[in-house]
Design a protein around this ligand. Structure first.
Ligand code: ATP
Length: 301
């Protein structure tokens, strides 16, 4: 089955009066995948998710979500109907109890899964007697995830879904997301996170957003197999020419050593380092954390 991408954007930009939140975002998220969007505070993650959900209008650019145009009012309604959204504000219905919220929510969604609702209320340890307004931050996130998972949506748009959760509940929520995608081949999960480990754990594809631009967008399989850190030590200062070899994404020299983050041509980079007099050259696997620090760590823009 060849499905159209769940999310596709071209040149998406958003300028607020005081900030340029997005600067030409091109996204392509395959249907049936889990996509993790990471970035520092203010990188533009929430703006991206709100634009995809049709809650914020882009200044320029275009996009489609589950096949519908984000700049069309009627399509926007269709996007919101088929998408479960967990946004920043989780204080929804502060005066209602869990069962009251569920009773109101179920009739709206014909594909509502009462089995999942029951299962996740228990697994996420939702306090069922309290009013939502009295929930802890973590309980609000967890309950928002119950609602999102039980809806029977084809797309989950989640803005920091594990915010405030303790490590046990983080794990249960991540497992629930993986299972949801495994159980429904057309379900796509697009989520933002500050926790690189959770993106690395469940995402098929990851995007690193920085200052409104996507600095990295690749599959985690590719990251694990193709990306390497090449560390070369010389007798003197490392030659600058290594920085511009094909495949080198980022270079950092310290004393007689140079560290090159490479996405391809690793063997050539190793050979070239040797040819230019390196005493020792090693190629190491990289983690998402390495990529993140290299991509945004020393940028001050
Ligand atoms: P965080 O990780 O802190 O939640 P983020 O990556 O989600 O950050 P956004 O909330 O999308 O980032 O913000 C991107 C930029 O746009 C920031 O500079 C922010 O201050 C600005 N911004 C966001 N919303 C508005 C708004 N409604 N009005 C003005 N500026 C805004």
């Amino acid at each position: 089955m060849d499905l159209p991408p769940a999310i596709e954007t071209h040149g998406l930009s958003k300028r607020y009066k005081s900030a340029h939140a997005l600067r030409g975002l091109d996204l392509r998220v395959p249907a049936g995948s889990i996509y993790g969007l990471v970035g520092r505070n203010g990188a533009g993650k929430t703006t991206t998710i709100k634009i995809l959900m049709g809650l914020v209008h882009p200044t320029s650019g275009e996009g489609r979500v589950v096949g519908y145009r984000i700049d069309d009012v009627a399509d926007g309604r269709r996007i919101r109907r088929g998408t479960a959204y967990v946004g920043e504000d989780r204080a929804m219905w502060p005066d209602m109890t869990v069962s009251e919220v569920l009773a109101v929510s179920r009739p709206f969604f014909p594909r509502w899964r009462t089995d999942l609702e029951r299962e996740y209320l228990e697994a996420f340890e939702i306090p069922q007697q309290k009013r939502i307004g009295r929930f802890s931050k973590g309980a609000r996130s967890a309950f928002a995830m119950v609602l999102a998972l039980a809806r029977g949506a084809d797309l989950l748009l989640l803005d920091e879904p594990t915010e405030g959760l303790d490590p046990i509940l983080v794990e249960r929520v991540l497992q629930a997301l993986v299972r949801a995608v495994a159980d429904n081949p057309v379900l796509t999960v697009f989520f933002s996170s500050h926790r690189l480990f959770e993106v690395e754990r469940i995402a098929d594809r990851v995007g690193i957003l920085h200052d409104g631009r996507l600095l990295f967008d690749d599959s985690l399989d590719e990251l694990k197999t193709a990306y390497k850190r090449v560390v070369a030590t010389f007798d003197d200062a490392p030659p600058d020419a290594l920085r511009t070899l094909a495949g080198v994404l980022h270079a950092r020299a310290e004393g007689r050593m140079i560290s090159l983050l490479a996405s391809r041509h690793v063997d050539d980079i190793v050979a070239e380092s040797r040819a230019r007099g390196a005493r020792q050259v090693d190629a190491f696997p990289v983690s998402l954390n390495d990529i993140f620090l290299d991509a945004v760590g020393d940028r001050v823009d």
